[in-house]
Design a protein around this ligand. Structure first.
Ligand code: SAM
Ligand code: SF4
Length: 466
């Protein structure tokens, strides 16, 4: 999946450690060589990689930023669409026939889960294959490799465990990801996630809030709660905190100024979440609520568990909120059997909702999904045509919406510094990217008022209001 509203962080300071100071772990760790970890896919994968890196660091490995410098190369993979999965195999192919000091190669994440031991046959130089539902076993698996085993796997998905680490190597020093629910119990007919990430497992609210407190103490001011269906969160502890209560509790944490969450599933999206956003200025006024299609018939075929009308009711609930809420979405075009009229229903839904941003995808048939065997596949050229029409419409909607924001003042969390002098970038609470000018030094990590002077379809342009 594309990263939502990504910005180029030229000057992001990497290497900060979250949750627990690095020194308390690494002082006594044995020296075991170097690792290079490349991540494909969604924010959950990015955060999983931060935790995997924490596990490796605490075992005495040292992180390097090139394959050449590493003795252990790991790929954290994505298989949501075929193209994403292919990328990994092309990376693995690069090791074919390579001479010199042999490296250990590990495949993690969704492709690992999907392909399993077949990876060893296709790429015999791989020694570790581990899906995300088995990450809590990583220390054991690494110990087996270190003891000389040639092929090690972690492929169970039948688990109620979540992946919690004592050390997490966070890349962004101000905004921390925090996974609150893993896996997925929905059964969308096109999607590999329930198969590759296993059943839904929520983390206990106490443990989440404890980690958040540690993050705040380390100087993080923004947290992003993650889950494939983050709002399906079900506290396994006796506290039985609802998702909206967890948001409010997080917003009360001293030091935390922004609480985000993604991705919400429409079925479990209730009024209480809107009320939490209305209640606390620290809960960001942005909801990513993927619709996937504007046609009720297609939604039924996708097994999305809501109709067009039910989805639009959730949108109306947000548009009527006391606070303006930014709404973004994911849309798939060319699902098997999608007629031209049904595609047009998606366009009319986009016109009705006026999303602030959309991630759109051509349907990609995936293994182990029920849609794979559905008849009436849409030809590739037609999928591309529909995608282009959709992108054009969304561009128009975004341009109009962004232009209207000229003159508005936003509180911007500064996360990037451009190579150009006095140019900075950051996000609003509603997760719009703002590129702005300021003659002030050292703005990184701070929150500053920015007046919007102009806009493009993808970002706002402004000036620091001094
Ligand atoms: N759990 C989230 C939800 O239900 O909205 C989304 C998770 S998925 C990692 C991200 C997006 O990838 C989906 O919302 C969907 O639009 C897209 N996607 C998933 N499977 C796909 C497929 N087989 N072909 C094309 N796009 C797909
Ligand atoms: Fe996939 Fe549907 Fe689960 Fe989202 S809710 S991860 S699209 S199965």
């Amino acid at each position: 999946m594309q990263k939502a509203f990504d910005i180029g962080l030229d000057s992001l300071v990497g290497g900060e450690l979250g949750s627990v100071p690095e020194s308390s772990f690494l002082a006594n760790a044995p020296q075991r060589g170097t690792f290079y970890l490349e991540t494909f896919g969604c924010q959950m994968n990015e955060h999983d990689s931060e935790k995997v890196a924490g596990v490796l660091l605490s075992r005495g490995y040292r992180q390097v930023d090139s394959v050449e410098a590493a003795s252990f190369v790991l790929y954290n993979t994505c298989s949501i669409r075929e193209k994403a999965a292919q990328k990994v195999f092309s990376r693995l192919g690069e090791f074919r026939g390579v001479s010199g000091e042999p490296k250990k190669i590990g495949v993690l994440g969704c492709v690992a889960q999907q392909e399993g031991e077949k990876i060893f046959h296709r790429s015999p130089w791989v020694s570790l294959v581990c899906g995300s539902a088995s990450y809590s076993k990583l220390p054991e698996l690494l110990a087996q490799l270190e003891a000389g085993e040639k092929r090690v796997t972690g492929l169970d998905t039948d688990t109620d465990e979540t992946f919690e680490t004592e050390l997490t190597r966070r890349d962004n020093p101000w905004r921390a990801y925090l996974t609150i629910i893993e896996g997925c119990d929905k059964a969308c007919s096109y999607c590999v996630v329930p198969f590759t990430r296993g059943p839904e497992r929520s983390r206990a609210s106490d443990s989440i809030l404890r980690e958040l407190r540690q993050l705040a103490e380390l100087g993080y001011t923004e947290v992003q709660f993650l889950g494939q269906t983050v709002n399906s969160y079900a506290d396994p502890s006796s506290r039985k905190m609802k998702f909206s209560e967890l948001l409010l509790a997080a917003a009360e944490m001293p030091g935390i100024r922004r609480v985000r969450f993604t991705t919400s599933h429409p079925r479990d999206f209730g009024r209480d979440i809107v009320e939490a956003i209305e209640t606390s200025d620290r809960i960001c006024n942005h909801v990513h609520l993927p619709v996937q299609s504007g046609s009720t018939r297609v939604l039924r075929a996708m097994q999305r568990t809501y109709s067009r009308e039910e989805y639009l009711q959730k949108i109306a609930m947000m548009r009527e909120a006391k606070k303006q809420i930014t709404i973004t979405s994911d849309i798939i075009v060319g699902f098997p059997g999608e007629t031209e009229k049904e595609f047009e229903e998606t366009l009319s839904l986009m016109e009705a909702v006026k999303y602030e941003s959309v991630f759109s995808f051509k349907y990609s048939p995936r293994p182990n999904t029920s849609a794979q065997s559905m008849p009436d596949a849409i030809p590739e050229e037609e999928k591309s045509r529909r995608l282009a029409v959709l992108l054009e419409l969304q561009r128009k909607i975004q341009s109009e919406a962004n232009e209207k924001l000229a003159g508005n003042l936003f509180d911007v969390h500064v996360e990037g510094k451009s190579r150009k002098e006095n140019q900075w970038s950051g996000h609003t609470s509603c997760y719009r990217v703002v590129n702005f000018s300021s003659s002030q030094p050292d703005l990184l990590g701070s929150y500053v008022p920015v007046k919007v002077t102009s806009a493009t379809p993808n970002c706002l342009i402004g000036k620091h209001e001094l």
